[in-house]
Design a protein around this ligand. Sequence first.
Ligand code: DX5
Ligand code: ZN
Length: 216
Amino acid sequence: MSIIIAPSVLAADFANLEQDITMVNSSEADWFHIDIMDGVFVPNISFGMPVLKAIQNIAKKPLDVHLMIIDPDRYITTFADLGAEILTVHYEACNHLHRTLQKIKSCGMKAGVALNPHTPIHNLHTIIQDIDLVCLMSVNPGFGGQSFIENTFEKVKELQMLIQKNKTNCLIEIDGGVTDQNASRLISCGADVLVAGSYVFKAKDPQANIRLLKKA
Ligand code: DX5
Ligand code: ZN
């Protein structure tokens, strides 16, 4: 399977959002990565439902929605209605993770779990069978444009071993500080999906950078 590239809309130009969404539509990217922040789970607020609705109206690729919010169960049906194909919640934000994942799937979406940089992989041992995608945060969530945390490489390898041991089809997604400098090593460690915000949208030629990630 070739690597999946998911540009993070957080780094797009919100005054010209249509232009940036159209650029991704006609690029080699595979998904749109959508960061939803509540100002409580993370120290930042991104954007909410009306903006996501506007994105959904123009986007021609799957919406990969990353919820950085407390008690995400409150909004699962809302994001299903907004067209999310993958809905990712944070391990650290869920008291009843198994129930949350079942609810996401019962709404027809793929269920993802994100881990903060300090959260060990072994916390997923008893739940990995129920997860469609694990998002490894390679920065502390809340902001785009941060630098990549190097211990992510080891976490990717450990997660890949856990997935293979359990014979599941769970995807490994990396989120934060992804560039052409770390992409190929991430892929060789086992990454399936690379999220990239600044590296794509702040580039002179965003489609060329998407292509570089795709070829990494
Ligand atoms: C961070 C977000 C990331 C972010 C990535 O909290 O989850 O998706 O937008 O942005 P870059 O690629 O600029 O680190
Ligand atoms: Zn994200």
